[in-house]
Design a protein around this ligand. Structure first.
Ligand code: SF4
Length: 63
């Protein structure tokens, strides 16, 4: 399936990683899925307490 960019290369949407961050280079453009096989999730907070405290650290800005 070639419906995502994954930095300009064809890729397969990962059905285990749903994502709506369309400005990410790894986001599949026709479906709300990530094109990576795995992602890193982290936090920018000292004591994360809600979902807004977490970040996808695999994010890369779509150019
Ligand atoms: S790397 Fe993270 S932000 Fe980017 S598409 Fe995948 S899950 Fe979404």
């Amino acid at each position: 399936m070639n419906n995502c960019t994954n930095e300009g290369r064809p890729c397969t949407p990962n059905s285990s990683i749903s994502c709506t961050v369309t400005s990410c280079a790894h986001h599949c453009k026709d479906v709300d899925r990530c094109g990576l096989t795995s992602i890193q999730v982290g936090t920018h907070e000292a004591n994360p307490a809600m979902d807004q405290c977490t970040d996808c650290q695999s994010f890369k800005k779509y150019r």
